[in-house]
Design a protein around this ligand. Structure first.
Ligand code: CP
Ligand code: NVA
Length: 307
């Protein structure tokens, strides 16, 4: 059987996402009703972190426990990965000892190399290029609150980073549109974003125009992990790309505001917006747990029917 990985959003087909969302609804409802559900007894998840995390670590670790399995946390500071052991060797060894691996690292190339040498599924927990688990949760959240996302408009304001790239891939998979507004010099790089070349995004010089009639407005930090040396110049360049109430008024009245978190109030978003009535950031964060449980179940057990 071929091992399936989730290294970037387009690794799964639309029908697979629809299945995952069905499973997420069931798994979430059982969790809320305190019904034990342990399909992954005796399965072990290794989580490898080369960058900091709160949500990703907690949602994978808690999620694996809740499914009956075990999660092991590794980081580069105290493993041999931090002392130059080749990623291919690490993959060979780690994947003989556990059933599934999640990695948060720098270049996408690192996780791609790991996956090529892994006997077990590998999940991208964030790279410089992509954050597929985040958008899995975000799209589930949108559908849960507002219905199908197909044909809708998402406004992305700020840096064309890993989260932005993943929204753009998701737009191709689900058939929605992304209005992107970045400062000059920080535009989307279609090849780095891994786009098929289809026409699902449009660039806007003015962030107000990008928000016009949007169903969802979203942003992220101006300086992502790994780019801290650029912080001073980024703070200057991004000053006009702050999501505020005026921008939200350009969007549809029922538009939601999303942010993957952690957020910097007063930089990429005002407190009024992120703490305001249109913000769904806490649902978004919670749904990391439920969607990733469905993802791990799918990668390990395939399609199941246990309604
Ligand atoms: N959104 C997200 O991935 O958060 P963490 O960096 O806390 O994992
Ligand atoms: N773009 C951010 C997301 C953090 C969850 C980063 O890569 O730091």
């Amino acid at each position: 059987m071929t091992v399936r990985h989730f290294l970037q959003f387009k690794d799964l087909r639309r029908d697979e996402f629809e299945y995952l969302f069905d499973r997420t609804r069931i798994i979430k409802a059982r969790f809320k009703a305190y019904q034990p559900y342990h399909p992954l007894v005796d399965r072990t998840l290794a989580m490898i972190f080369e960058k900091n995390s709160t949500r990703t670590r907690l949602s994978f670790e808690a999620g694996m426990h809740q499914l009956g399995g075990t999660a092991i946390y590794l980081n580069t500071r105290d493993t041999q990965l931090g002392r130059g052991e080749p990623v291919e060797d690490a993959a060979e060894v780690i994947s003989r000892m556990v059933d599934i691996v999640m990695i948060r690292t720098y270049e996408q190339e690192i996780i791609d190399r790991f996956a090529r040498h892994s006997r077990v599924p590998v999940i991208n927990g964030l790279t410089n290029e992509y954050h597929p688990c985040q958008i899995l949760a975000d799209i589930f959240t949108f559908i849960e609150l507002r219905g199908p996302i197909q044909g809708r408009t998402v406004a992305w304001i700020g840096d064309s980073n890993n989260v932005c790239n993943t929204w753009l891939q998701a737009a191709e998979v689900f058939g929605f549109n992304v209005h992107v507004s970045t400062p000059p010099g920080y535009e989307v790089e279609p090849e780095r974003a891994g786009l098929y070349g289809t026409d699902h995004y449009e660039q806007f010089a003015d962030p107000m125009d990008a928000c016009r009639d949007a169903d969802l407005v979203t942003t992220d930090v101006w300086t992502s992990m790994g780019f801290e040396a650029e912080n001073t110049e980024r703070v200057k360049a991004f000053a006009d790309w702050q999501v505020d109430a005026e921008m939200m008024r350009m969007a549809k009245p029922e538009a939601v505001f999303m942010h993957c978190l952690p957020a910097h109030r007063g930089e990429e978003v005002t407190a009024e917006v992120i703490d305001g009535p249109q913000s769904v950031v806490w649902d978004e964060a919670e749904n990391r747990l439920h969607t990733q449980k469905a993802l791990m179940e799918y990668l390990l057990l395939g399609r199941i029917d246990d309604r």
